[in-house]
Design a protein around this ligand. Structure first.
Ligand SMILES: Cc1cc2nc3c(=O)[nH]c(=O)nc-3n(C[C@H](O)[C@H](O)[C@H](O)COP(=O)(O)OP(=O)(O)OC[C@H]3O[C@@H](n4cnc5c(N)ncnc54)[C@H](O)[C@@H]3O)c2cc1C
Length: 291
């Protein structure tokens, strides 16, 4: 049973921030409600005031330019990102990820910002955005600040958002030349959360296919989405071979800190990380060679 609450519908960011500041701990923000309503029905969240920000159109956009890269407003629905020609052309991995996130119904209403702020370590967007080196912009009445997405997740369902703050924008820098990025999620039930998800971005130097940079991000493999930095070090600066990919997968599986739950045991998740890091890196390498 959902407890009674007062429902507030600001139409601008300024209005929403003012309400957040006024009601503090007594209020909760709702965007698409795809995650929050479940918690409210379970009685785990029971705010006095529910601030519905879905109607703030100024936070629903996808913009791209050659210098700044991609900018996505926090209230942009998953489906808009999946279908965006700008995303499909310049940041295909994001559209591919969205295409496998939940059902079309959930993608139509759920927002990218709500997904990130929910802080579920099994969410799909975070590993992809970490691999793409994204930043997040937040706003409160005190002003704006930006943080690297990998610093945004603090623990299970806990983020770096301060009281009174809203996530406003996801910023993805221009993808360097000769870069390939791939995301694969393993799940048993179609349109469900990942048992484990892995995103890898590889940038090759212009000569002889040396790996100039690599970012490996794991989902559902720890209490937050994480980078497998030791595995990255195995590949960076080298010409990537199958043996190195195997080694990177092995190391990533020791860096992961998964839990056992109803979907998979800790051991099974480590095995998935090992296999997927190798597989996803191989595909990212193939894309980088063609980019
Ligand atoms: C059946 C089902 C299947 C799903 N499958 C997947 C899946 O496969 N992969 C996946 O990644 N996710 C999945 N999800 C989760 C879901 O897609 C996302 O969590 C959803 O997109 C959240 O967005 P929302 O706008 O609905 O957020 P809400 O539910 O409205 O909010 C979520 C949280 O974020 C906060 N919040 C929202 N927007 C902001 C903001 N701009 N600033 C600050 N705080 C904010 C809210 O206060 C709340 O705490 C699934 C959900 C369902 C119901």
């Amino acid at each position: 049973m959902i407890r009674d609450f007062e429902y507030l519908t600001p139409k601008t960011l300024e209005e929403a921030l003012t309400l957040l500041d006024k009601y503090g701990d007594e209020c909760k923000v709702i965007a698409g409600g795809q995650s929050l309503l479940i918690l409210m029905k379970q009685g785990l969240v029971a705010p006095e005031y529910l601030i519905d920000i879905k109607g703030i159109t100024e936070l629903n956009y996808i913009k791209s330019d050659a210098k700044e890269g991609l900018r996505i407003g926090a209230l942009t629905p998953h489906r808009a990102i999946e279908k965006s020609p700008v995303v499909r052309n310049g940041f295909a991995v994001l559209a591919e990820m969205e295409n496998r996130l939940a059902s079309i119904q959930t993608r139509n209403w759920g927002t990218i910002g709500g997904n990130l702020c929910h802080g579920d370590p099994a969410g799909d967007p975070a590993p992809v955005l970490i691999a793409l080196n994204a930043n997040l912009k937040m706003a409160s009445l005190k002003g704006e600040r930006t943080t690297a997405i990998e610093d945004f997740f603090l623990d299970y369902f806990e983020t770096a958002l301060e009281p009174g703050e809203l996530l406003t924008e996801i910023q993805v820098p221009v993808v360097p030349p000769h870069t390939g990025t791939v995301y694969i999620k393993f799940n048993v039930i179609e349109s469900d959360l990942a048992t484990v998800g892995v995103a890898v971005s590889i940038t090759l130097g212009s000569s002889e296919g040396i790996c100039q940079d690599v970012r490996i991000a794991l989902g559902a493999a720890a209490s937050t989405p994480v980078r497998a930095k030791q595995a990255e070090a195995v590949l960076r600066g080298k010409k990537i071979t199958d043996n190195l990919l195997r080694e990177a997968g092995q190391i990533a599986s020791t860096e992961a800190e998964p839990i056992s739950d109803i979907y998979a045991s800790e051991e099974y998740r480590r095995e998935l990380v090992k296999v997927l890091v190798k597989r996803v890196s191989r595909e990212a390498l193939a894309r980088a060679k063609q980019a």
